[in-house]
Write a protein that binds this ligand. Structure first.
Ligand SMILES: [Zn+2]
Length: 261
């Protein structure tokens, strides 16, 4: 039941992500005008806007002018639904689950935008970073709301930890970017990757964030080989690596401890 709720909430949030993905790179307002067909401009009715189902019922075509609707819409909705569902399996439905789901939703939107435009909007990127940095406030929320600020040092420690991890990862990526630029004379790591690395640091902590970077790099190798000189967007692989390591954190930590303990 809880998982079904998580899936449906994720589908709905995925529907909103589609709006962000289409409108933010064009500099359009995300709330106005309401959803319309980009071809014929007709406003969509609410039953044209049900995540996943509408796309299937309309057979991927606009209800008015029958022009094709991108397959990306249902795919983004489904992926967001699955993100919220897998997170619910790990965390249970609650504040931490919801905020973590929002962070991964933003990473998903950034990934799609990076695929399409080879650049990502700072607004979404910094929102994800801010949520990851402030996570301790949300996760300690339970006692905090019922008992008042009983043990403020706990929040302080956790907040300091997430800021520290973000700073370490952000500055490491910045330096790595400089080194790569010096060696191969190409901008391999952009500003966006630095912000995402900081988000990963705050969200995962050490050593998980290092494992996530490693997994992301492994995932990116194959497409980079096939691309032969074409640009391969790195953001989607960072996002995917982060999700894999977050979901299977227990397993990865066990391996890590076996190797280094
Ligand atoms: Zn239309």
């Amino acid at each position: 039941m809880e998982l079904l709720f998580a899936l449906f909430l994720g589908l709905a949030i995925g529907s909103f992500l589609n709006v962000l993905i289409v409108r933010i790179p064009k500099g359009e307002n995300i709330a106005f005008p309401p959803s319309h067909c980009p071809k014929c401009d007709n406003a969509l009715k609410w039953w044209h806007n049900i995540p996943l189902l509408s796309w299937i019922f309309l057979q991927g075509k606009c209800a008015y002018c029958k022009s094709p609707i991108s397959r990306l819409y249902p795919v983004v909705e489904l992926l967001t639904g699955l993100v919220f569902m897998t997170l619910a399996m790990k965390l249970g439905v609650g504040v931490e689950w919801f905020v973590t789901g929002l962070i991964f939703s933003l990473l998903l939107a950034l990934s799609i935008i990076d695929f399409k435009y080879y650049a990502v909007p700072d607004s979404l990127n910094f929102t994800a970073l801010a949520l990851a940095l402030l996570m301790p406030i949300f996760t300690f929320g339970g006692d905090w709301m019922t008992d008042g600020v009983k043990d403020f040092s706990l929040y302080q420690d956790a907040l300091l930890e997430s800021f520290k991890n973000a700073a370490i990862m952000g500055s490491s990526f910045f330096l790595l970017g400089l080194a790569v630029k010096f060696l191969i004379k190409k901008d391999a790591l952009g500003e966006a990757d630095i912000i995402i690395a900081a988000t990963m640091g705050a969200l995962l902590g050490f050593p998980l964030v290092l494992i996530a970077i490693y997994v992301s790099a492994l995932l990116a190798i194959v497409p980079a080989l096939f691309a032969r000189g074409h640009m391969v967007p790195f953001v989607p692989f960072l996002a995917l690596g982060t999700w894999i390591v977050y979901i299977f954190s227990d397993t990865f930590l066990k391996w890590w401890n076996m190797l280094y303990a």
